[in-house]
Design a binder for this molecule. Sequence first.
Ligand SMILES: [Zn+2]
Length: 412
Amino acid sequence: MKKRLITLLVITPLLLSSQLSASTSIASEQGTPCGIYKNSKNEVIAGVKFPKGNYQIYTYGMPCNKVLGKKGVLATFLKQKDQDPLPKPWKYQSDTVGAQGFSASGIGFRVKLIQKTQLSSTATKALQSINARLKNATNSNLKIDLAIAKDSNKLFVELLPTTIMENAQFWSNFYDPKVVLPAAIALPGDSDWLNEQFAKHSYSLPRWRYDQIKNQNNTQMMIFDADENPTTNSVLYFVIGKDNSQQPAWAKSTISHEYVHVIQIGLTGARNGRIPCWSTEGSAVFYGNALSASKLGNPEVEYAELRKNWLAMLNLKKALSGKSETELLDLLRKSESDFRVCAEPLYFGYSAGSLMTEILISEHGHEKFVQWWINSRNNDWRKEFAALFGMEVDSFYMNIAIPYILKDAQNL
Ligand SMILES: [Zn+2]
């Protein structure tokens, strides 16, 4: 099976005018990952045993929601008697590409038992801090003015409104805007359409971004961003091809990622510059994954999978390769404000930054972490970091962040 290249573009420091993109393959030999299915007891489908456990579900030629869910194919199979044959034209396929599965005239899905979650106690604790807040997060006054271009990507149309509302509730104790949030789902090339939609909110795309979307020929490329806008604080847009099929958990994580930038603009007053770039982007990756995972049936497994996929996609291992701890310290310092280190081509602010956010939240909690942003609105973030976390940022880099990043990278 041909590997599908997925181009990611969630990455938009305001000062950088060059095109940012990161390519990787999320889809594997098994197909497109759809998320985790928890098999709570030993099952038999058409005489084949499926032991109790967590299964990663992959599809090919068919969308995830036709397989998973109450009316999905998998549920239908599980409802059958153990020895009943599969409904026609479905066939069982034994493990030939690292996962067994079922096929029907060129389409199908595969299931792969996940042996264990491999989430460290630090990562688990950070995830729990997010879950604790989510349990109490039920209210938000947020109003979205959502514009959807004709023939937009169905998965994003389906997921965006609910995901944004879930995020708005999660963040509402820190930021719950009284102004409407303009948001849009558009297709590659839709620069003029986006500007028309945003005109009533007095926003227009910066010239470089206008051109980038206008000339977006590669339908696999995605351009997602949140930008500052004086009358509404932020605007939010997702430019993605109609047929660009993505894993729902991953799509939710990118929507949540961009909403973190809305929060940062709301709390610090700026898209960039008030807090270090590793926190702007790294925290967006962390919260994107943690919030997306926490809303699914099996948060720890989902989080471990999303985290692994993101760190692989951002090439953390390659960024670390052959570097001494002194060189890494230098990189972390540079990632504060140098977009070539924070974002493309190294993406160190995203990858390392997500782990730095994770360990800070694990040790100090979500509330204190966000308080640091709030305190940095009118003050130097370095001073506020030292005051809140009880150490200078350099000492955090050397004694906590670098050892944590290096240890984690061993398991990638
Ligand atoms: Zn971002």
